[in-house]
Design a protein around this ligand. Sequence first.
Ligand code: NDP
Length: 433
Amino acid sequence: RRRDPDQPEFHQATGAVLRTLWPDIRHRQELFEAGILERLLEPERVILFRVPWVDDQGRVQVNRGYRVQMNSAIGPYKGGLRFHPSVDLGILKFLAFEQTFKNALTTLPMGGGKGGADFDPKGRSNGEVMRFCQSFMNELYRHIGPDLDVPAGDIGVGAREVGYLFGQYKRLRNEFTGVLTGKGFAWGGSLLRPEATGYGLVYFVEEMLRVRGSGLEGLRVAISGSGNVAQHAAGLLVSQGARVVTMSDSGGTVHNPAGFTQAQWQALMVLKNEKRGRISEWAEQFSMRYLPGARPWGVECDVALPCATQNELDKADAEQLLRQGCHCVAEGSNMGCTAEAVSYLRDARVLYAPSKAANAGGVSVSGLEMSQNALRLNWNEGEVDEKLHAIMHAIHGSCVKYGREGDHIDYVRGANVAGFIKVAEAMLAQGVV
Ligand code: NDP
């Protein structure tokens, strides 16, 4: 805290992990002697750079670019790039720290990293986004590579941005390698990568419900966001017979108590991905209830899936959700719940899954994309889906193994302990580096 007083999200994430780990590690003297905790808190490397580009009016714009290479104990750095005006070093360090444990849980050999820029793609033309991505890569290419650091998408970085970034990397390096994941299928991407985080989230929720002897069918699910994660979680849920009752964006929430139909979901995909429109337009298109400025957590539901951004569900929201009948909260967004909301949900002993377990499906299929690139092979959709299912099942199993308390499972403790043990053992084995 003394070193980085202006990084509240980083303190929130690290404090939460260290507090839950403490009972399990406090007797392990060898971890303290090797400085494992101190080393985990310090990124191996941070790259901070200028991103100059020219907008459509011919004006020079300057943004700040980052890559946080957090931990490479179990594999090359791996983690998304975020383009959003709120991006700063503290947010990226929190994301990279979480990513380290998440990647360890996936069973695949990936270290932790994260990056991005304070650039806002919203309202920018394709040409502007391309010029920004090219300038961003003009610096980043020196620091990444298929065996070194493999970035992917995150907020504001989807298929379009990954395409521009990859094209520029290829041009600068004069080589075609799997340096980014989330690529288009025709040029090295994996089937199911776009869907993977949302699908993985739904698979994880199914595992949680199964422990309590129930399933998803007929359940009312409140989702926040309407980007990549929210879209595909909603799509799978609708097709499985759950009632998705909300979607949102930073402007407000759309509420349909009967549950969105398949046709409504498809229209949302077109609106968001092709027209880059706002969710209020979707509400208007189907005469659905629109709550301007509101988050979705005031509605009646059984399951809540925050899928927009960090700290988007606070303690008051959690209290309201439980009053309205909700008994399961799983984070699609990274650190979707505030620390107070997490404490409340854990004390209430409802089903609560933290992001590092529940949203690990995306990076898992990114890891599978790296494997396919290395093999120069493409697996079919069934093969990727089977592997994604197996990974989410394994992550759930790790949470149960380390988080079981009688007939209750503390997924926070389970995920933190399982992820930590894997990374810490590798760091111990590799000496003080
Ligand atoms: P997108 O950019 O595709 O979508 C983000 C959505 O969240 C949009 O609907 C956006 O609304 C909304 N949103 C973003 N910031 C805010 C904010 N400050 N307040 C309210 N709403 C906001 O991102 P993703 O779907 O990819 O990512 C969503 C979350 O999931 C993030 O936490 C990300 O880190 C996490 N995640 C994503 C993975 C992936 O594979 N994509 C993998 C693992 C985690 P608007 O358009 O109005 O800004």
